[in-house]
Design a protein around this ligand. Sequence first.
Ligand code: ADP
Ligand code: MG
Length: 245
Amino acid sequence: MAQMILEVEDLTVSFDGFKAVDGVNFYVEQDELRCVIGPNGAGKTTLLDMICGKTKPTSGTIKFNRRELSEMLEYQITRAGVGRKFQNPSVYEDLTVLENLEISYPRKRNVLGSLFFRRSSEIQGKIESVAHQIYLGDSLGMKAGLLSHGQKQWLEIGMLLMQDPELLLLDEPVAGMSPREREQTAVLLNAISKGRSIVVIEHDMAFVRMIAHKVTVLHQGKLLAEGTMDQVQSDERVIEVYLGH
Ligand code: ADP
Ligand code: MG
């Protein structure tokens, strides 16, 4: 059996008595690219918020490489190897593409390091390979504020790749992208899923079909269905609450 990188069990969070996520079990294998779909308000973003430590669960467990995350702080979870991209791209608009990638590279914190940090050839090589991968290899000197919305999304994925996360959590990464950019993003995600696991929340079913190994459907905080794209798309309950609309 394949090794599980993420094991979420009986996960629940209640906001003033309202259960945004309600008893969810969710398992992701190593090297798996999982898509999570479901209507607005289904609890998709809240699920990712709990995995990355932004929201504390009311009950349940979240194991990443068998290590319990639910008691850890956000920065500890990042350091343990979980990278999270939020719905809106948050890049440093006044910095160049290169600088955005550079500041995302994890460094040992010491005074000398931060005062006299010089770009080592190792970091330079990493920046160039990531920039190339996110289709921004020719834009290293450009201010991030001048990039298109889609390019900003790619840059943010690149900033996460600088940290080499073992698990990448992406919330609606192709929102606002052109069809061509969506295809390029599918190629990108397929490439970077080698050697790591990725969980992607997305509404664009054509895009989901291009990338998903398996699809999980959430509805009203609960797991409604799970399986291959074909299984999920022909599931009566999924059609009724989501795909039919
Ligand atoms: P999705 O990403 O699937 O659209 P969300 O996870 O953002 O859904 O939200 C699920 C439900 O939980 C929604 O009804 C939302 O209003 C509610 N919710 C999310 N975060 C909070 C919060 N911090 N406080 C209260 N309600 C919240
Ligand atoms: Mg959401």
